[in-house]
Design a binder for this molecule. Structure first.
Ligand code: GLN
Length: 540
């Protein structure tokens, strides 16, 4: 079978769930017996998402091979239940970087290298390589942003060129938004019509229109879009806000979306099995008992809005584990900066929780509040899971309060501390000195061996694991002996014993900190063991 490509572009506005729609469609195609991969294109100039402020970008998702990508890659991994690698993520910066490198290496054979066709050709080369490496039947390619944006044009040009070369194997869907203005009281299709016209201006006719909206799309609306956008009515897919994002695959199924995509490619479903996924959704909805989990983090606001997107994978991992433990997770987003000002507020808020997580982070804002919250959890036996910075903060807290080293800190915050219990990795010093920040953290999957008889070994059910990392600082081995003597258990290290990867304490229902990001490996159908252990303790 020849490989098939479905491009998914956005119209009207961004942020309406193009990533989730792509992932949900991918899952339903997979449920028909086809192997699917997903590619994300971000049209900005940054080479990757790693250098961007969370306000700009939301979560930075880390792949097994250490790419710092858009959170949509995480969504694809969770729905498709597969690892996605570096080649599946591209930005304008990354594409230009390759073109320029090739030009410097004389790979264009003395030709004048032009924006068109050489840039679209590089985009196509990357898409085809991703499809090949994934050994998939179908690639879904999501183009970030909306049609008509200047910076997306070369990607659309690449898609158009692919279509011209092989019309039967390249198709298009546009995810649009159908507003229901309260003053009008009716769902409006005109913005979608404009978006499709704009796509037409790039030489592309969509095969499918996915209409996101707060309410369901009725038949007259479907027919109107079909008529004015030259798309068959059965290819207009309604995507109203769902009770949960996990309902979307079935919502698409009910409208035969995947079947029609296959038909468009002249393919037939080989099977039809969404039962495992729907079993998860059913369990999610039937859970009654609630566990209250607090995520004590640093929050990001833009104007009047506070973003919790930054911790998307953490939120997902909590939900997956909760579903498998038969409970409903109620998540409280707690601002550690406020705990610095008001210990009373902290005590009150944390006392009402069944479990606390301190997620990853960088810099000094809010760190003292996180350390205080960890002390509270340790002393009051509140189940606690520390992720990356949340693990480093355990070490600082323990050194300060159990060893009496009041100034213990990470050198990320205080370079002059007498007790740098967390310090910069040797290999990172040069990067920081030379200002080489992009893509240079300790990134991606590394093995970790677990201590026999530890809580970590118990929850993992194995003594060797592999987890994804994203950090520049590490546990300072000079303090290992003293911290261990004081009762901190080092339960996971790199196989060469250099990196302390997991710390925990005894006589506590659950108190574990990990130098890595387990949240990136949690999937709806296979929750992460650490999160599951944590939720189990919270449930108790
Ligand atoms: N800021 C810390 C470091 O660079 C932790 C990073 C993180 O939490 N991802 O090591």
């Amino acid at each position: 079978m020849k490989h098939k490509y479905l491009f998914i572009v956005g119209g009207v506005m961004s942020g309406v769930g193009k990533g989730t729609s792509s992932a949900a469609l991918g899952l339903t195609l997979k449920s028909k017996g086809y192997s699917v991969t997903a590619i994300k294109i971000d049209p900005y100039v940054n080479v990757d998402a790693g250098t961007m402020n969370p306000v700009e970008h939301g979560e930075v998702f880390v792949t097994v091979d250490g790419d710092e990508t858009d959170q949509d890659i995480g969504t694809y991994e969770r729905y498709l239940d597969t690892n996605i690698t570096r080649i599946n993520y591209m930005t304008t910066g990354r594409v230009y970087q390759s073109v320029i490198e090739r030009e410097r290496n004389l790979e264009y054979g003395g030709k004048c290298v032009e924006v068109v066709p050489h840039v679209p050709e590089e985009i196509i080369r990357r898409i085809e390589r991703a499809a090949k490496e994934a050994k998939a039947d179908i690639s879904l390619i999501e183009v970030g942003g909306t049609v008509g944006e200047y910076q997306g044009l070369l990607f659309l040009e690449a898609a158009r060129m692919m279509k011209v070369k092989d019309p039967d194997s390249v198709k298009f869907a546009i995810v649009s938004y159908l507003p229901v203005p309260p003053s009008v009281g009716e769902m409006k299709t005109k913005p979608t019509q404009y978006a499709v016209r704009t796509l037409n201006a790039a030489g592309i006719q969509p095969d499918f229109v996915i209409g996101r909206s707060t309410m369901e799309m009725d038949q007259p609306r479907k027919e109107k879009i079909a008529r004015f956008c030259s798309v068959p009515p059965e290819h207009i897919i309604g995507a109203a806000d769902a009770p949960s994002v996990y309902d979307i695959p079935q919502m698409f199924e009910d409208q035969n979306f995947a079947d029609n995509v296959l038909k468009c490619f002249k393919l037939k479903p080989k099977q039809n099995d969404l039962s495992e996924w729907n079993g998860f959704v059913k369990k999610l909805k039937s859970a009654k008992k609630e566990v209250k989990i607090g995520v004590v983090g640093k929050y990001f606001s833009t104007g009047d809005f506070v973003l919790s997107d930054v911790y998307l994978s953490v939120l997902e991992a909590i939900k997956h584990a909760a579903v498998h433990e038969g409970v409903k997770a109620k998540i409280e987003w707690l601002n550690s900066e406020e705990y610095e000002k008001s210990p009373a507020k902290m005590k009150k808020e944390l006392s009402e929780l069944d479990g606390v997580i301190v997620p990853g982070g960088f810099g000094s804002r809010g760190i003292e509040g996180k350390i205080k919250a960890i002390e509270f959890c340790r002393k009051n036996k509140v189940p606690y899971l520390g992720l990356c910075y949340g693990m480093q903060c355990i070490v600082i807290e323990y050194a300060r309060n159990e060893l009496g080293w009041k100034d213990a800190n990470t050198t990320e915050i205080n370079e002059k501390t007498q007790h740098p219990v967390i310090h910069i990795q040797e290999s990172q010093k040069e990067n920081v000195e030379k200002g080489k920040y992009g893509g240079t953290l300790r990134l991606g999957s590394y093995p970790c061996s677990l201590k026999k008889g530890s809580l970590s070994e118990k929850v993992y059910g194995s003594d060797m694991i592999s987890e994804r990392h994203r950090h520049r600082y590490e546990f300072n081995n000079e303090y290992r002996e003293e911290l261990e003597k004081a009762g901190l258990v080092i339960s996971g290290t790199s196989p060469d014993d250099h990196f302390v990867e997991i710390v925990e304490i005894k006589d506590h229902p659950f108190f574990v900190g990990v130098q890595f990001h387990p949240e990136f490996q949690s999937r709806p159908l296979s929750p992460h063991p650490l999160f599951q252990g944590f939720i189990k303790a919270a449930k108790k």
